[in-house]
Design a protein around this ligand. Sequence first.
Ligand code: ATP
Ligand code: ZN
Length: 302
Amino acid sequence: MCTQCDFRDALFAKGLLIDTGIDGLYGRSGVFEDVIARFDDLITRFGGGDGADIVRFPPGMNRALFEKSGYLKSFPQLAGTIHSFDGNDADHATLLGKLEGHEDWTQDQKATDIVLAPAACYPLYPVVARLGTLPDDGRLYDLQSYCFRREPSTDPARMQMFRMREYVRIGTPEQVTEFRQTWLERGPKLIACLGLPAELDVANDPFFGRAGRMLANNQRDQKLKFELLIPIESTEKPTACLSFNYHQDHFGSLWGIVRADGTTAHTACVGFGMERVALALFKHHGLDPKAWPAGVRETLWG
Ligand code: ATP
Ligand code: ZN
């Protein structure tokens, strides 16, 4: 039995998600988007008092900066690039001929200088580096973006294009670990307000290949990544809905983010999977938000 398809089929049937013919690429209904917007607002109620700078990047990022970020070393399997037509009239005729003949026309497309953002925080670090020396109390950002990851799946909670809200802290190791600790406490409270079961666990990123296994083990051993897991598709393997990542000085040294005393900045981020939390709400409370428990409705709609 395919329970993933059952839930996804139910979401399609209700019109909450709209089938595009591609696994992991969906339209969203007004009702679904309203839940996302209310959840977004709930995050702000928990984190908005911290005075983060709000920044919104588009879902595409500078390819040169992406190349420098090291993403292709760790996650080549997930990356998405943007290609485009770059030819003359003759090339155009060739393109149309290939389309007509149902041949592969994509070989003639050229890579552009834009790639798809794999996480909301990737475009941020080079921008912060450009601002110069960090202030003594560091920096805090509030981000949200559509992200792309090439991981097609029939599990509706594993999308190829989804939104990630993030808070990113940049500063001393103490400032950054305190930030993460604060969110490790806030995250479960926030999800409890939504009447959802959740558990925190140590986690690792899906680093590619044999060398990646070592990176993943190291990340777990050092407890650099935690996830707040909520059962959506299966109770045996609950889904990561919030992530709490401590990058140590990885991005600080890569991008040259330095403090006034010359030391390299540390960074951490908390990421909220917007669609995943919305899907958890639909899974646990039903497909009609009007029928959700009064406490949950009160939390979201006031
Ligand atoms: P997973 O372990 O399920 O692949 P992840 O740990 O790699 O997720 P992060 O890189 O930490 O995810 O991304 C931050 C948040 O973005 C996650 O906590 C999750 O809620 C959300 N997210 C990640 N991948 C997806 C996806 N394919 N579809 C929807 N949401 C996602
Ligand atoms: Zn991040």
